[in-house]
Design a protein around this ligand. Structure first.
Ligand SMILES: O=C(O)C(=O)C[C@]1(C(=O)O)C=C[C@@H](O)C=C1
Length: 361
């Protein structure tokens, strides 16, 4: 009886899969036609359209009635679009490596598995590869909810003309990993990046107070190292566990459960309005009292939601204060144009780093 029921249900699934298969193929053909339309734009044709992708994903989430969750459903569509884009033009993405870092996880979350991800050993190398045209886009971390701003990334923008084309926020889950050769009853060393060791400090104090904590360049490096050591474990994320074939002996060991990192997508492209956008600017002010107030006032008067403001020391004599500011809205919104005009009148210099869709997933 149950066997009959199972067979019947599997028949239904086979039938639905055939329909899904046909629909996905039809969608892919449509994307190929889109590519032909774009090809008419000539050599500068832009295939990846962040604003459109954000709209597609938001629509899927709005229309989803379950039983799959909105994010789960959007992730499936993320992969379908990634494969469709690869048919139009394979996208190459540089990320802060080595393979297995959270930045690679963020790159895949944003572009899907069909993008070709290339590891770089430093943030400024990611900027250089995109500028040189060796890759189409780059992914760099910009702020962590526990550790704060990644100043290297902000500083790289001061020397670059690249644009921000998108953002992606990743929940950071740290796991305690071992290799198949590890003697689990005798772990004497735990490797990880210094930030990750700090993020798991209380957990380590409670569970592994005697193990030596060794800081290395990245979590992925920690995962790679323990492959050849019997008495060592690593703290790293899912991607490192997968790439290096490690086992999680304790999951989600970070002290702050809402620990997350925001990453930026950098490229050469100006992104059109998606309907829920953010703009990032960098403003330099003269060193005089009330400089910051005079900036904030413009946002307040026009009722614009500031999402972040960061001060960096100026690296040239003419720039005294440099503020990195993120706010809601797109440079093509009439009110944002006015805000930028007003800020321009008050600032020494103002540069728009980009308008881009707010992270969807
Ligand atoms: O609408 C487009 O411009 C497309 O190229 C199609 C599509 C999609 O699969 O929906 C694919 C890639 C783009 O980044 C955006 C959307």
């Amino acid at each position: 009886m149950t066997d009959d029921k199972l067979t019947g249900l599997r028949k239904s699934i086979d039938k639905l899969d055939s329909e899904i298969l046909k629909l996905i193929s039809d969608r892919a053909k449509c994307a190929q036609e889109v590519a032909q339309v774009k090809q008419q734009e000539g050599r500068d044709a832009v295939y990846y359209r962040p604003e459109r992708e954000a709209q597609v994903l938001r629509r899927v989430m709005e229309r989803n009635d379950g039983p799959l969750g909105d994010e789960e459903m959007a992730r499936l569509f993320r992969e379908i679009m990634s494969a469709c884009l690869a048919l139009e033009e394979p996208v190459k993405v540089a990320f802060l490596g080595p393979g297995g870092t959270f930045t690679q996880q963020a790159a895949i979350k944003h572009f899907g598995h069909s993008a070709v991800c290339v590891p770089m050993s430093a943030i400024d190398e990611v900027f250089r590869e995109v500028t040189a045209g060796a890759v189409n886009y780059g992914v760099v971390p910009v702020e962590n909810s526990t550790e704060g701003v990644v100043s290297h990334t902000l500083d790289s923008f001061m020397d670059s003309n690249l644009k921000i084309c998108g953002e992606v926020v990743l929940r950071i889950h740290q796991h305690l990993l071992v290799s198949e050769n590890t003697r689990r009853d005798h772990i004497t060393r735990i490797y990880s990046h210094a930030q990750s060791l700090a993020q798991c400090r209380k957990w380590l104090d409670a569970h592994w107070p005697m193990a030596e904590r060794v800081a290395v360049n990245s979590n992925a490096e920690a995962a790679r190292r323990i492959k050849g050591e019997w008495n060592s474990a690593a703290i790293a994320g899912d991607m490192a566990a997968e790439i290096y074939g490690l086992e999680k002996i304790a999951e989600k060991i970070e002290d702050q459960p809402d620990n997350s990192t925001r990453f930026l997508i950098i490229g050469n492209q100006e992104v059109q309005i998606s309907g829920a956008d953010k703009t990032s600017i960098v403003v330099s002010m003269r060193n005089q009292p009330g400089a910051l107030h005079s900036i904030l006032e413009v946002f307040q008067v026009h009722n614009i939601d500031l999402t972040r403001i960061e001060t960096r020391p100026s690296r040239s004599g003419t720039w005294n204060y440099v503020f990195f500011i993120d706010f809601s809205g797109h440079i093509d919104d009439p009110v944002i144009r006015i805000v930028l005009e007003r800020l321009g009148e008050r600032a020494n210099d103002l540069r728009v780093l980009g308008s881009y869709p707010k992270g969807v997933l």
